[in-house]
Design a protein around this ligand. Sequence first.
Ligand code: MLC
Ligand code: AMP
Length: 524
Amino acid sequence: MSGLDFRQPGPGLLESGNLFLLSKMRDANLYRLLKRRFPADLDQPCLLLPGSDVVTYRTLDARSALIAHALVSAGCVPGDRVAAQVEKSATAICLYLACLRAGLVYLPLNPAYQQRELSYFLGDANPRVVICSPEGMDSMSAIATPAMRIFTLDGHDQGSLVNEIRSCFEDFEPVAMQERDLAAILYTSGTTGRSKGAMLSHGNLAANALTLVENWGVSAADVLYHALPIFHVHGLFVALHCVLLSGSRMWFCPKFDVAQALELLPRSSVMMGVPTFYTRLLANPDFGRKHCDTVRVFISGSAPLLPETFALFESRTGQRILERYGMTETGMNTSNPLFGERIAGSVGLPLPGVAARVVGKDGQSVPAGEIGGIEVKGPNVFNGYWGMPEKTAEEFTADGFFRTGDIGKFCPNGYLQIVGRANDLIITGGLNVYPKEIEELIDALPGVAESAVIGVPHPDLGEAVTAVVVAKPGARLNSNGIIASLKSQLAGFKMPRYVYMVADLPRNTMGKVQKNILRQQYGK
Ligand code: MLC
Ligand code: AMP
């Protein structure tokens, strides 16, 4: 690999009109599209596992076929959901590809979720098959229904799922899909405390992936540094699809680790990360140009990248981070350009095929410079929320735009800037947390009168979950006790990092808690 010049941008992989061709394709199964873009020589590596092995395109193709057969043998038929709460591994990627091939709906779940959280997802999505870690088997069996088959898979490609596939065939003809047929359901936290399953179709994923490969010039010469989790849009769709669609390869790392990043970046050409990846790199005094010489583009998203981080990164490395904006429901919507000005604090221009507008309270577009709600429309925008037709209808305008819940403005040069969010969403280390879910759990603890959960600025995570709690008269409560009581009920990333006990919460004349005052008070 050392002979490759990674800095050369790849040629545009799409001729204009390809999206039109995509819409005319009789079979919209995403796997069929991906496979067509695999290298002609299937023995080319796709996943580079640091310190050990490589996984070739041929292996991905064969292993995903085997798993597809196993899932079908387990009783899955097209449209069935397959839930996976598994560590990041090559087999987990094959499992996702197997679902695409068999027309099954992939439902990835954060391994940090606790039984209470999982129980909701299984109840809501009613998967036909559930795959969990061997350690999670007992807990999963306790909440699964008798109709659900459970398999195990660990982070080292072992488990009952792997045992199940040994006797099957190494080919599997992708099931014919329409563009609107579901490929995946990804749960996003909801303002009411109830998570919503975003239904993403084969057409949504294909359209967004084709656009990104072209826009970011991803080519077979690229090597992506992949340290993101694979249960979210960023790591599973944006990063993986860019690699598979360009026939390139990636360092496939279990998680983000600065020491490993310093070792692998000089052998990479693209990095995709949440802002915490960048602040952690910058916190290492050794990090600098020598680690970035081969990298042609650093991409950031999922949470706001502070202009200070952008500037510091440029002064240390000479590279201007390319920030883009997306969400679970839409995939990627806007991006700073590969060629042209990348502006700090801006999420760039609408991607080709994506219409974005900023609207005022009356729903009408506002002129550049004015702040309003961001709405988007395009082939990337999801089908709706699983089992929630009313909620889906509420989030779309009459002319088909999706209300993102983000607040922003267009600058006169056409670049979009995000200035806030319409709701109380907290983004911590690129993961979303809605306060309501945590407030409900805290309020249910004995001795708690009420609580308010807010995000406060945090140098590493962007925002840190913070709880402000009022005890009932006479109750003896302390922050450690509250944290201990929440631990078994909440995924670690949702746990409050700080808990403050107060006599009462600030309220406005309507009686509503003034979270802005709390943010000012505790955000220092
Ligand atoms: C882990 N922890 C977190 C956390 N991640 N706490 C707050 N916020 C987070 N994001 C907690 C754990 O519970 C644990 O707590 C402790 O931190 C150490 O856990 P860890 O697993 O070792 O953490 P670490 O490896 O440091 O992970 C931090 C991270 C990771 C920021 C590198 O969370 C990450 O990779 N985030 C990326 C998320 C992502 O891909 N988002 C994309 C969403 S898609 P304790 O108490 O047990 O010690 C999207 C659309 C778009 O938004 O536009 O892309
Ligand atoms: P998720 O629901 O996890 O997909 O998170 C989507 C949300 O992340 C968006 O609605 C935005 O609020 C936020 N987000 C994603 N990318 C950016 C970005 N570049 N800048 C600011 N916020 C972002």
